[in-house]
Design a protein around this ligand. Structure first.
Ligand SMILES: [Zn+2]
Length: 233
């Protein structure tokens, strides 16, 4: 913990994003109550962890529309507690988030996916493996990971502020994402295994469009990770 983090902890103590219990960003009880959905789709490159319903839906709405940026830690912790998600994260070189239009980002004050993607990279890179070795007289040996998932901000931008996808029909969604995203920096994705993070997956039109742009820019592979999958399809 940095000094700044210690000071922040005094004024804004870590609490469970669901029940408010102090100590962790998500307490064991609330974590265990979340219904996992866990679909790894198609060529094992799209991963949804929860369904967009019940507690997860309420929490995402609270996070996105009520200025509760601190909840990024609750979501990232939920994902990092999941071993399959960790394995998935470790199979990529860089993590990016789906961009918001600058107007929307200004209104909200943050990009919800960016904050979580950043926490995921930080969390996975700092995970410590504990080995027990007989030669060490059963002393636990802590070994830090030797890989690095790099978080890169502002690789993609959204050029047009369109209506939220959730307010549209399926046909309309697929047609109007065309051409609204572009890449700012090709060189940082070239030859890399890129993981694109978004909060909710509905029809996949947004993430597929971003994926197409990243592949055209030379990304070796593009995977998609989202917290929740909406019901529509
Ligand atoms: Zn709780």
């Amino acid at each position: 913990m940095t000094v700044l983090e210690k000071i922040l902890e005094i004024f804004f103590p870590t609490k469970c994003g669901i029940c408010g219990k102090l100590g962790k960003n998500i307490c064991e009880n609330c974590y265990n109550n979340l219904k996992k959905y866990e679909i790894i789709k198609q060529h094992k490159d799209i991963y949804f962890v929860y369904r967009y319903e019940d507690i997860i839906r309420e929490l995402l709405i609270k996070y996105k529309f009520n200025g509760n940026a601190y909840l990024c830690k609750t979501f990232s912790e939920c994902l990092l507690k999941n071993k399959k998600v960790c394995k998935f994260l470790k199979s990529y070189d860089i993590i990016l988030s789906v961009p918001l239009h600058k107007k929307r980002q200004r209104e909200r004050g943050y990009n919800q996916s960016t904050l979580i993607a950043k926490e995921l990279a930080k969390g996975i890179n700092n995970q410590i493996k504990i080995y027990s070795s007989k030669n060490m007289l059963h002393k636990k040996l802590e070994i830090k990971n030797n890989f690095n998932l790099e978080f890169i901000d502002k690789v993609l931008i959204k050029n047009k502020n369109i209506k939220p996808q959730s307010e549209k029909g399926i046909k309309e969604r697929i047609n109007d994402v065309k051409g609204i995203y572009s890449i700012v920096n090709n060189s940082c994705v070239y030859g890399k295994k890129v993981l694109l993070f978004d909060d909710i997956y509905t029809t996949g039109s947004t993430t597929n469009e971003c994926k197409k742009i990243l592949l055209e820019a030379g990304a070796k592979e593009v995977g998609i990770l989202t917290i929740a999958k909406d019901y529509i399809n």
